[in-house]
Design a protein around this ligand. Structure first.
Ligand SMILES: NC(=O)c1ccc[n+]([C@@H]2O[C@H](COP(=O)([O-])OP(=O)(O)OC[C@H]3O[C@@H](n4cnc5c(N)ncnc54)[C@H](O)[C@@H]3O)[C@@H](O)[C@H]2O)c1
Length: 261
């Protein structure tokens, strides 16, 4: 018996990166997994690999969520993983002084509206059983300010807060539907590739990106997936409204902290 056997688990943005690792880990724990992604081919290919179902789902589209609900009106676990930084298609500035309103809104549409629509679907889909687990992938950027990626940080902070509203709402309704957030930092996924490149200075760039991380390395998608498995499982039955950082110790201290000498 796997830790997630008998559970129907839906993961958004699962075509690659952290979402893919979560879908794989869920399947390894015996879950029936529905792989969803805005890029339908990615979802289909992973589903065929792990023996799950798949659906093309853009988390910012209310119609797409309605389509998911029509096929899977009930589920046990939902991971709101899909997210964008805003730099994927546009190199335009994302700082508070120069960001365009359209770029600000585009990031919030996916990261925040997507998580809101997901949580709403999740509550409705878990209400029949009166139990379930909603896992929102926020970020360490949801806990601190990020001047160069202000929309991303704002959207992830809102996801953190909405997680707690959902948790309290469900508990208040007498439901055993739990909602928790995971806050990763510097996890080596395809999201980082444009910044790292494949030239001779790749290793130097990687080292520079984790220079402030106490453990001095990137995390792996599998390490995030392990936390998602715990939150999805009945082992975490008393955890709701919680936020778990997985960041190599980054948020444990402060760069401004005085040194011993
Ligand atoms: N990688 C990190 O260092 C890191 C750190 C903190 C938080 N996160 C968060 O983890 C989550 C996954 O990040 P990742 O690094 O695996 O990213 P990634 O870019 O490698 O993968 C994201 C996946 O989401 C899909 N996607 C994008 N927009 C979508 C939409 N509108 N609807 C549905 N799917 C969509 C993409 O097609 C892709 O398959 C994101 O929410 C991200 O903000 C990542």
């Amino acid at each position: 018996m796997g830790r997630l056997s008998q559970k129907l688990c839906i993961v958004t943005g699962a075509g690659r990166g952290i979402g893919e690792a979560i879908a794989r880990a869920f399947a390894e724990e015996g879950a029936r997994v529905v792989v969803t992604d805005k890029v339908g081919d990615l979802a289909a290919s992973l589903a065929s690999d792990i023996g799950g179902d798949h659906l093309r789902l853009d988390v910012a589209s209310e119609d797409d969520w309605a389509e998911l609900a029509a096929v899977w009106p009930a589920c046990d676990v939902l991971v709101n993983n899909a997210g964008i930084t805003g730099f994927e298609e546009s190199p335009r500035p994302q700082d508070p002084e120069h960001a365009a309103l359209a770029d600000w809104q585009a990031v919030h549409a996916v990261n925040l509206d997507g998580a809101f629509l997901g949580c709403r679907y999740g509550i409705r889909a878990m209400r029949a059983n009166g139990a379930g687990s909603i896992i929102n992938i926020s970020s360490r950027s949801g806990l601190v300010g990020i001047p160069a990626a202000a929309a991303y940080a704002s959207s992830k902070a809102a996801v953190r807060n909405h997680t707690k509203s959902v948790a309290l709402y469900c508990a208040g309704q007498g439901l055993r539907i739990r909602c928790n957030s995971i806050h990763p930092a510097a996890i080596l996924t395809p999201m980082w590739e444009p910044m790292l490149g494949d030239g001779p200075d790749r290793e130097d760039r990687m080292a520079a990106f984790v220079a402030d991380t106490p453990m001095r390395r990137f995390g792996t998608p599998e390490e995030v997936a392990a936390i998602a498995v715990l939150l999805a499982s009945d082992e975490a039955a008393y955890m709701t409204g919680a936020e778990l950082t997985i960041d190599g110790g980054l948020l444990a201290g402060s760069a401004a902290a005085p040194t011993a000498d």
